[in-house]
Design a protein around this ligand. Structure first.
Ligand code: DGY
Length: 314
């Protein structure tokens, strides 16, 4: 019996390929572009996978497509509306990255506040703390009160870690969670007013677009620190650059940007911003676990008729 054909579009983790190879006939596309789909490919592809990216026009070019297995927990790069309308299953990689992303978030928070990357550069340049003009970090983690915007599975792990640092935790989500004792604020405005440190871990949805705006930043105050490890879409980057330049808030740590891989020059120019290239889940063990789950979703769909981790919308 001939193997089912699976299309891999754009950058794909090598372990996904390795895991799929024994089960499927793999067709590689350099980028998720429907212009690369030949009639022969269109005639046989039944499953597809990509690194958070499966546009509607590519799905539409594959008339026999049954499933899109997204590599990543966030699936905003997959056109879920098109998938739902065309009865195409979409899967993602939840849970296997929760702890990694939460660990990285705390690392980013500490580096943003205590300026450890700058201290390391200082040492590599041959200096020592007591030499010359070593800059003491103007901020400290001590005494902060931390708000978490988005208390889903990753947000919960972040909250546990923040609490372990003996800092009070509060949060805002659409509805209050009954299974936690952290203080709930029904609005983002009220949360930002109550805390000086705001950690964003919300997905890209129409409701979250540029919700971190000039007003929210002002509410954090001059000691304020913003951390974003969700999606760049959530932050109005111009308003953030204004707030950092004018010391409306003290500092920001960002792992994600609106138009990746573009990072606004205004943010790069700031020394009160700690900037990372979207690496919150980027350790070898975690990316391997994400690759395994991506592959398992496809294998399970074609062997058992159901995937392991379908996204809620499909
Ligand atoms: C995800 O899984 O959505 C992350 O952003 C990838 O690192």
């Amino acid at each position: 019996m001939s193997k089912v054909s699976i299309l891999t579009a754009g950058k794909v983790h090598p372990r996904v390929i390795e895991r799929l190879q024994p089960h499927f006939d793999l067709i590689r596309l350099d980028r998720p572009d429907p212009a690369l789909v030949t009639p022969e490919i269109a005639g046989k592809v039944r499953g597809a996978t990509g690194f958070n990216g499966m546009p509607a026009d590519l799905m539409a070019a594959l008339p026999h497509l049954e499933i899109v297995a997204n590599f990543g927990v966030g699936y905003d790069g997959v056109n879920v509306a098109h998938a739902a309308a065309n009865n195409i299953m979409v899967t993602n990689t939840p849970d296997v990255l929760n702890a990694e992303v939460a660990d990285t978030t705390l690392g980013l928070l500490i580096n943003t506040i205590r300026l450890l990357p700058r201290a390391e550069t200082w040492l590599r340049e041959g200096s020592w703390e007591k030499d010359g003009a070593f800059m003491l970090s103007p901020l400290s983690l001590r005494g902060r009160s931390v708000g978490i915007y988005g208390l889903g599975r990753i947000g919960l792990e972040i909250a546990q870690r923040v609490a372990a640092f003996n800092l009070p935790v509060s949060y805002h989500t659409r509805s209050e969670r009954k299974d936690v004792s952290y203080r709930y604020y029904p609005s983002l405005e009220a949360l930002a007013e109550a805390v000086d440190t705001l950690i964003c871990i919300v997905p890209k949805t129409p409701e979250t677009h540029k919700t971190i705006n000039a007003d929210i930043l002002k509410r954090l105050g001059p000691n304020g620190v913003l951390i974003n490890v969700g999606r760049g879409w959530t932050v109005d980057e111009e308003a953030l650059a204004d707030a950092l330049e004018n010391k409306v808030i003290a500092a920001a740590g960002l792992d994600v940007f609106q138009d990746e891989p573009h990072v606004p020059a205004r943010l790069i120019a700031l020394d009160n911003a700690c900037l990372l290239p979207h690496v919150a889940s980027a350790s070898v063990p975690t990316r391997n676990a994400m690759a395994d789950l991506t592959a398992e979703n496809l294998i399970s769909w074609f062997e058992k008729g159901r995937p392991v981790t379908p996204v809620p919308e499909t």
